[in-house]
Write a protein that binds this ligand. Structure first.
Ligand code: MLT
Length: 395
């Protein structure tokens, strides 16, 4: 019996587990400390009232033989796939069909699991810094990974590299830097993917935070993207589903990749095959909750929540700037990326010791994240204001 040796190439633990461990050690030594967590991007606002009402209704349905639901379709109920296609795509002039949408338990799982249908011989390009799931899951698969530097010089939105890659992960609005890919940049990536026969794995979990008008909401707004891109979206950061769990992935039917014999195979068909085998679907109750996000009340409540977090983002951006830090992001994203004095983990300790505020060290996202630090806008207003007061006093 052998293990998958690729796991030995991973860092000892996942970034956010590492941070949680360090914070609990600090808490043990300083039991009275009032810690403010602006590290992991977990939401703090309660679920929208429309979602809560839908959950109650769906639970009540389970008490009658007619309303009871057992296994559902692995790729999601029609009612939710229709609501997604109508609201997130057709309403914006993008034609996505229901059977191109696969409802799942999270964009984290999907961005990792998608590798199941792609060869382990593929070369993967990821930006540096990057959301660690893309790196770790491809390391687990033993794929060759190439890094695309994402730096202040390229506004944390790099252009395609000179070399060829088969799989490219892009995240816009970006976690961790808060940057976005403009229409022009995204077009350059789509052109790159088409000419290299590559697939773009486009993570747009933070799309709801885009505030500027000309930033594409979907990669499919770019001509040719349906031939080369898979898009991942989530209800977590949009509607507070980090605990409830619901997301979806779009795999267009136009998208194909080569088999060993040279024939073109539909990725939509392969992903359906993978999901029907390895996944039993998102609970009916949760899918009804997600559907409620698209009701008129749901939409209004979600808008209000996003505005709340974006006001936090403004408080953090302006507060850090007033304390003399150079800041990025926080305009089209709930993440604020700041330049920190010295090494990122040293600043993590310094900030924790001086202010009891927890953030995420930039180096945890990659080599180019060294010297940077990430704060999230997902805290409560009270904690966000308090954190910034402490930071302004301490630095
Ligand atoms: C983060 O803090 O980067 C995210 O919350 C992690 C995630 O969505 O998995």
């Amino acid at each position: 019996m052998r293990i998958n040796d690729n796991y030995l190439n991973l860092k000892e633990s996942y970034l956010f587990s590492d941070i949680a461990r360090r914070v609990s050690e600090y808490k043990e030594k300083n039991p009275c400390a009032e810690i403010i967590r602006l590290g992991i991007g977990d939401v703090t606002r309660p679920l929208p009232a429309a979602v809560i009402a839908a959950v109650h209704k769906a639970i009540d349905e389970q008490s009658s033989a007619e309303g009871f639901r057992g296994y559902g379709p692995e790729q999601g109920y029609d009612f939710l796939r229709r609501a997604i296609a109508d609201n997130d795509y057709r309403a914006n002039g993008v034609d996505i069909q229901e059977d191109e949408i696969f409802v799942s338990d999270g964009a984290k799982s999907d961005t990792g699991n998608i590798g199941d249908i792609l060869s382990n011989d593929n070369i993967v390009a990821i930006t540096d810094p990057v959301y660690p799931v893309y790196l770790d899951t491809n390391t687990m698969a033993g794929r060759e990974i190439k890094y695309i530097p994402s730096t202040a010089e390229n506004e944390f939105a790099p252009n395609p590299p000179e070399y060829r890659a088969d799989m490219v992960y892009l995240c816009s609005p970006n976690n961790p830097t808060g940057s976005v890919l403009t229409r022009e940049k995204l077009k350059a990536w789509v052109d790159y993917a088409i000419s290299n026969n590559a697939v773009i794995l486009f993570d747009s979990a933070y799309v709801a935070y885009i505030s500027e008008p000309d930033v594409p909401r979907s990669i499919y707004e770019i001509d040719g993207a349906k031939k080369c891109a898979i898009e991942f979206r989530s209800f977590s950061k949009t509607a507070g589903f980090t605990g409830l769990r619901c997301a979806y992935t779009v795999v267009p039917k136009e998208l194909s990749a080569k088999a060993a014999d040279g024939s073109a195979v539909s990725l939509n068909k392969l992903w359906l095959r993978r999901q029907t085998t390895k996944f039993n679907g998102v609970p009916y109750i949760v899918q009804r909750a997600a559907e409620a996000v698209y009701s008129p009340e749901g939409k209004a409540q979600v808008r209000e929540t996003i505005a709340y977090y974006m006001e936090n983002a403004r408080i953090i951006r302006e507060g850090l700037a007033a304390a003399g830090f150079k800041v990025f992001g926080g305009v089209n994203a709930p993440y604020i990326w700041m330049k920190c004095p010295g090494a990122s983990w040293d600043f993590f300790d310094l900030l924790l010791n001086r202010t009891c505020v927890v953030g995420t060290p930039g180096s945890g996202f990659g080599k180019n994240g060294e010297g940077y630090f990430r704060l999230t806008a997902f805290g409560t207003r009270e904690n966000t204001l308090e954190a910034l007061e402490r930071i302004k006093k301490a630095f």
